[in-house]
Design a protein around this ligand. Structure first.
Ligand code: C5P
Length: 254
């Protein structure tokens, strides 16, 4: 029986354990977006910023360029890996892809939430794949609404609530959402982890992100994981920005 099939009690204890890890090690709340197309460059960034970032995010660009080996390399280097592959296929395909990613030792996997049966299949496949790794149970994070989307009529409150509810019912460990959407998500699914992209220190460029937040704003809104890419990697002094980000997390409620 997989963890996803085991029911709310098992999922609840896995989530409590995940929260405890975040509370004891603030680095586990900082997610470095490795948005590059080369494993050597990715590993160089990851190792350079390892003192501050405990989670390395492998997105579609890096995964397409390197295949699964970069996930194993990052796990080997001590990172929790956030596989940001935003799966959005039929249930059978989602399940099988998620099983493979789980077997690689990833801690988080993103799956789109607009198709509940596919989301649930992703949760089950990820848990099944992870059983062989001996690592703590990993968590699927349901993608709600992309943070590059402007706040427009297409994204209604009801839609956001529906996706947060779908995440909970599918057995996800959390959601990915903009800081501004967290109050709506929390009202529907208070116990889920919230990963917030679009995070930038005050005054830093927004790039193509429309719905950005400072780390303090994201934390006040209830973010558990802060996803940071260009705010660090494009900064003149990445180590300084990384240290400032971690300082905001030390002592912040988890
Ligand atoms: O460089 P920046 O901090 O804008 O990167 C944000 C990262 O978060 C990117 O890797 C992007 O794919 C990811 N992301 C996002 N919005 C989501 C989910 C993930 O920007 N809703």
């Amino acid at each position: 029986m997989t963890e996803a099939q085991a029911g709310p009690a098992t999922r609840g204890s896995a989530l409590l354990a995940a929260r405890a890890r975040l509370a004891t090690d603030p680095r586990q709340r900082l997610v470095l977006a490795l948005d590059v197309d080369d494993s050597v460059v990715a590993m160089r960034w990851a190792l350079r910023l390892r003192p501050w970032f405990g989670v390395a995010k492998v997105g579609m660009e890096l995964f397409s360029a390197t295949g699964p080996s970069v996930v194993a390399e990052l796990v080997e280097a001590g990172f929790s890996v956030f596989a940001d592959l935003k799966l959005a296929d039929i249930p059978n395909t989602n399940r099988k892809a998620a099983r493979v990613i789980g077997g690689l030792g990833a801690s988080y996997l993103t799956v789109h939430s607009f198709a509940p049966a596919s989301l649930r299949a992703g949760v089950e496949g990820f848990a099944e794949g992870a059983q062989s790794t001996g690592l703590p149970p990993p968590q699927v994070l349901a993608v709600t609404v992309l943070t590059s989307e402007p706040d427009e009529p297409g994204t209604t409150r009801a839609q956001l609530e529906g996706r947060a509810r779908a995440a909970q019912e599918a057995g996800c460990g959390g959601v990915v959402c903009a800081a501004a959407d967290l109050s709506v998500v929390r009202a529907v699914a208070p116990e889920l982890l919230a990963a917030v992209p679009g995070v930038r220190p005050a005054g830093a460029p927004a790039h193509d992100q429309v719905r950005v937040a400072t780390p303090a704003e994201a934390l006040r809104a209830g973010a558990d994981l802060l996803v940071v890419g260009r705010a660090v990697t494009a900064a003149p002094d990445p180590e300084v920005v990384a240290a400032e980000l971690l300082a905001e997390l030390v002592g912040a409620p988890a």
